[in-house]
Design a protein around this ligand. Structure first.
Ligand SMILES: NC(=O)c1ccc[n+]([C@@H]2O[C@H](COP(=O)([O-])OP(=O)(O)OC[C@H]3O[C@@H](n4cnc5c(N)ncnc54)[C@H](O)[C@@H]3O)[C@@H](O)[C@H]2O)c1
Length: 250
């Protein structure tokens, strides 16, 4: 079996779905993993080479079954994209433990569980893991105690994976997207937040799902064969402009 493959979580829409489509376009067979049964059905319809698998990445038993099914259906696993994520913006005082756990269980536990389950298959294929964090994991802000902390942990988890799995030939990298117009962002970005983002981003706009997917697919490809343990922002320049004071602008 020589056809390359990938497993993408959170594949039913947004950045995950755009990544699936790029992988398919380059001839990979792709397992589309999502917990939203209806959205997954609709997204996978008509996508040749796509294997939809319903799974909540925060639930260990489901992840174990998903990994078995993915290996059975794909034959090999060359790439794992841990993209499933949820956002929740709120002040620390209002972030009760249930809210905290809801974010952590998908954004952090899910990345840990899926990677661990698929590591043997990835080692066999000398494959690549790409974890999706966020600029919120690189720069702190108000209202993101759970989301920002979960994404900072994903950045560190990526480095742990790269350090430990390098010997087995597995590369692990992390992509930190800036704001992208998806359902996730629409739920938490008010018009004021949108305007402020435009102001703080050198390229002066939101990114597209496709622009993030291109970076993910590159990091999974042989073109990135000597790249591991790296944190790549795809954010229109947001992260690199630490002191974005309007008074300093020309
Ligand atoms: N959109 C942005 O502005 C932005 C910015 C930075 C980082 N990100 C990150 O990019 C990733 C994708 O975000 P998006 O904007 O495409 O989101 P989205 O809400 O459009 O899509 C997320 C998908 O993940 C699925 N999902 C959520 N929790 C899951 C779980 N526990 N198990 C299985 N599937 C689950 C959802 O059903 C959905 O299909 C997330 O990790 C997000 O944190 C997004």
């Amino acid at each position: 079996m020589t056809q390359k493959t990938a497993v993408v979580t959170g594949a039913a829409r947004g950045i995950g779905l755009a990544t699936v489509k790029l992988f398919l376009a380059e001839g990979r067979k792709v397992a589309m993993v999502d917990r939203d049964v209806e959205a997954l059905d609709i997204a996978a319809e008509g996508l040749e080479g796509a294997v939809p698998i319903v799974c909540d990445v925060a639930v260990q038993d489901q992840v174990t079954k998903m990994a078995e099914t993915a290996q059975d259906r794909l034959g090999r696993v060359d790439a794992l994209v841990n993209n499933a994520g949820v956002a929740d913006f709120g002040p620390i005082a209002e972030t009760d433990f249930a809210r905290w756990r809801r974010v952590m269980e998908t954004n952090l536990d899910g990345v840990f569980l899926c990677s661990q389950e698929l590591a043997p298959a990835l080692a066999q294929a000398k494959g690549a893991v790409v974890n999706i964090a966020s600029i919120s994991g690189l720069r702190a802000s108000t209202l993101r105690v759970a989301y920002g902390t979960s994404k900072a942990a994903v950045i560190q988890l990526t480095k742990q994976q790269a350090a430990e799995w390098g010997e087995q030939g597995i590369r692990a990298n992390c992509v930190c997207p800036g704001p992208v117009d998806t359902k996730l962002a629409l739920a938490v970005h008010s018009p004021e937040i949108r305007a402020a983002y435009h102001d703080a981003i050198p390229l002066n706009r939101y990114g597209t799902e496709q622009e993030i997917a291109e970076v993910i697919v590159f990091l999974c490809s042989d073109k990135a064969s000597y790249v591991t343990g790296q944190i790549i922002s795809a954010d229109g320049g947001f992260e690199s402009t630490g002191v974005g004071l309007p008074a300093l602008r020309v």
